[in-house]
Design a protein around this ligand. Structure first.
Ligand code: RIB
Length: 296
């Protein structure tokens, strides 16, 4: 079985629901305060493992209770954690999340995720280069993201970069990654607002995958076609982690099938299930749960 590595963030999510997202300067009552596993990297690793992939998480946590809980959570979801570094004197990353109006706002305090630096990558490089695919996001230092993309490109290892949270991606990195999966806002930051989604997808066929929320996900094919995989109708409890589920499920399907459209249909279905439960990871489907809705 092929193996996937995730190099990314591990957070504890402090999540609260509110009737709506507060306005600037406003105080609102909240409910359902919870401390649950998150972090875009860890979420994507868990999404993959729940769908049966062999996956290892590379990143850093603090030497604290949150770090230990997040490591336990990864391990209990069958994600390999052996090479996660435990750093002392810096707390595990925390995301402060407000869930409301079928959407969310997130503030991330990077903590130990900031220690995922070149030295750490050099220390795990020989192991990382044994993987069949390496997956990254923007919740660790961008210098490290680019360093890993360079390294993988030099060794012919496919990479997927989910550029979230939004930040610019140098042209050289766009050329080197195998897949770039921004949402529409991230795509504007990366490519500028002058270019249409269709134009971008045609320029980067079978590389650029743009997620469009309730409108689904689109990709350009090498024959010039642009394909939109529409979102599935789903009950929305919490959209946190839907993008992570989509990215994770896409990798799991693609690495085995090599079929981009089929993989996006699979990923879209997984994302639609993930929003039916509270929290980034709790709604992520298993292979069996996903198979049931794909039969319908
Ligand atoms: O993508 C959702 C994730 O973003 C949350 O789990 C939170 O940790 C933030 O990093």
């Amino acid at each position: 079985m092929k193996k996937i590595a995730v190099v990314g963030s591990i957070n504890i999510d402090q999540t609260v629901t509110a009737q709506r997202i507060p306005l600037k300067g406003e105080t609102l009552p909240g409910g359902n305060l919870r401390y649950i596993p998150g972090g875009k990297g860890a979420n994507q690793a868990v999404a993959m493992a729940k769908l049966g992939a062999k996956v290892e998480m590379f990143g850093c946590v603090g030497d604290d209770d949150n770090g230990r809980k997040m490591m336990e959570n990864l391990a209990s979801n069958n994600v390999e954690t052996e090479n996660i570094k435990i750093v002392s004197g810096i707390p595990t990353g925390i995301a402060i999340i407000t869930v409301g109006e079928n959407d969310n706002t997130i503030i991330v305090v990077e903590g130990a995720n900031g220690q995922v630096n070149r030295d750490y990558i050099d220390s795990i490089k020989d192991i990382l280069l044994q993987y069949d695919m390496v997956v990254l996001q923007h919740e660790i230092p961008l210098d490290t993201v680019h360093y890993v993309v360079d390294l993988c490109a030099a060794h012919g290892i496919p990479t997927l970069l989910n550029p979230a949270p939004a930040a610019e991606v140098p042209m050289e990195i766009i050329e080197k990654v195998t897949y770039l999966t921004p949402n529409e806002h991230e795509a504007v930051l990366i490519f500028g607002k002058e270019r249409s989604t269709e134009d971008l997808l045609k320029t980067y066929p079978e590389k650029l995958i743009i997620t469009q929320g309730s409108r689904g996900v689109s990709v350009g094919l090498k024959d010039g076609q642009v394909v939109n995989v529409p979102a599935r109708k789903a009950e929305v409890v919490d959209t946190t982690g839907a993008g992570d589920t989509l990215n994770g499920a896409f990798c799991v399907k693609f690495i085995e099938s090599d079929n981009i459209v089929e993989s996006l249909e699979y990923a879209n279905a997984a994302a639609s299930l993930s929003i039916g439960k509270f929290g980034a990871q709790s709604g992520m489907p298993t292979t069996e749960e996903l198979a049931k809705i794909l039969e319908v």
